[in-house]
Design a protein around this ligand. Structure first.
Ligand code: NAD
Length: 319
């Protein structure tokens, strides 16, 4: 078994690698070659959450689990709040193949999913990117979005405005003008990424213009919410996995309120394999409910293991 520690991941897996790996995994899901197992998520007390996301991709030969969660006391210890590790197993024998640091991989695979949705669903000429949120994931989201559209500027809102300069620094690195704005000015954006841990909707119908694409990435647990249910109900809704979207994703609220039928939600993989056309009109609002699936974690972890093996990196513990 190979151990690929967190410190090696940045040198092994690029945003481009993550984009390709997640695209392949969503397509495999749509073809019925890969599926996710039910998510386990438990509250540990004092705001700590712990859980498991797992699955099997028969086409790619990947079986495994990501174990991890959210530990709000970490920031004070100089650690990021989300901590995770991915374990890969041989799908034929069940023997352990690798243990891989999952923190950077989570950010890369989450940003990749959002960017794949932008790439496939946003209007090609989109010039203004809006970001709601400015935490650890937001910079990754900005970088990934900028890879798939030629944005001219970035506008951003965060409940805690003191966090916005860090996101502004990422925009500056990319050569993009950056402006903190009120939510109502999100109407200027053609693409909006939401990436907060909010328990109630921030982005409302009146904050979004017709024709916008939304990648809603923050809601990955029951009880979180970033977007007004009427906005979700009025959009063409796409997701990584419908079962997760209606239980732990952004669509949980619109479905529970009876304003959105689960059968109207389209797996993004269907667009990738040509089974669904994606955006069908200029004025349509498209919304990607990115809940984060275990197969995404396995896909990027497998890239890390392959690269580490090729380069003789990692620690082989010989099991
Ligand atoms: P973080 O703790 O670094 O940042 C949290 C963000 O949420 C900040 O912008 C903060 O200002 C904002 N926020 C906190 N409370 C809020 C409230 N009440 N209303 C509005 N905004 C509020 O977290 P992060 O690592 O950047 O992750 C952001 C979210 O994305 C989390 O909910 C996390 O669980 C989720 N996430 C989803 C996936 C996925 O695959 N979909 C993957 C990783 C993280």
């Amino acid at each position: 078994m190979l151990i690929v520690p967190e410190a090696l991941i940045a040198s092994l897996v690029s945003p481009e690698d993550a984009f390709r790996a997640v695209e392949a995994c969503f397509a495999a899901m749509a073809r019925g070659e890969a599926y996710n197992f039910p998510v386990v998520r438990e509250a540990l007390g004092e705001g700590r959450q712990y859980g498991f996301k797992s699955g099997l991709d028969r086409a790619a030969g990947q079986l495994g689990v990501k174990a991890g969660g959210y530990f709000p006391g970490n920031a004070a210890k100089g650690l990021i709040n989300h901590q995770s590790s991915v374990f890969l197993f041989d799908p034929d024998t069940g023997r352990p193949v690798a243990m891989v640091g999952g923190n950077l991989l989570t950010a890369l695979r989450t940003a990749a999913a959002s960017a794949i949705a932008i790439d496939r669903l946003a209007r090609p000429e989109a010039q203004v990117l809006g970001i709601v949120g400015a935490g650890h994931q937001a910079g990754f989201q900005l970088r990934a979005a900028a890879r798939v559209r030629r944005f001219e500027r970035v506008i951003a809102w965060n409940l805690h405005p003191e966090m916005l300069p860090k996101l502004g620094a990422v925009a500056a690195e990319l050569g993009l003008p950056f402006e903190p704005v009120d939510l109502v000015r999100m109407r200027e954006a053609e693409v909006i990424v939401t990436i907060t841990s909010s328990p109630a909707a921030s982005l409302l119908v009146r904050h979004v213009s017709p024709g916008t694409h939304l990648s809603c990435m923050g809601t990955d647990t029951k009880g979180k919410q970033e977007v007004e249910p009427t906005l979700v109900a009025g959009a063409s809704v796409f997701t990584d996995e419908v079962a997760q979207s209606i239980t732990i994703g952004e669509a949980q609220h619109a479905v529970a309120a009876g304003v959105l039928d689960a059968s109207a939600i389209v797996p993004l993989g269907d667009v990738l394999i040509g089974k669904h056309p994606g955006r069908q009109s200029e004025g349509e609002i498209t919304l990607f409910d990115g809940t984060g699936v275990g197969l995404q974690d396995l896909a990027v972890a497998a890239v890390a293991v392959q690269r580490a093996t090729e380069r003789g990196l990692g620690i082989d513990v010989g099991v």
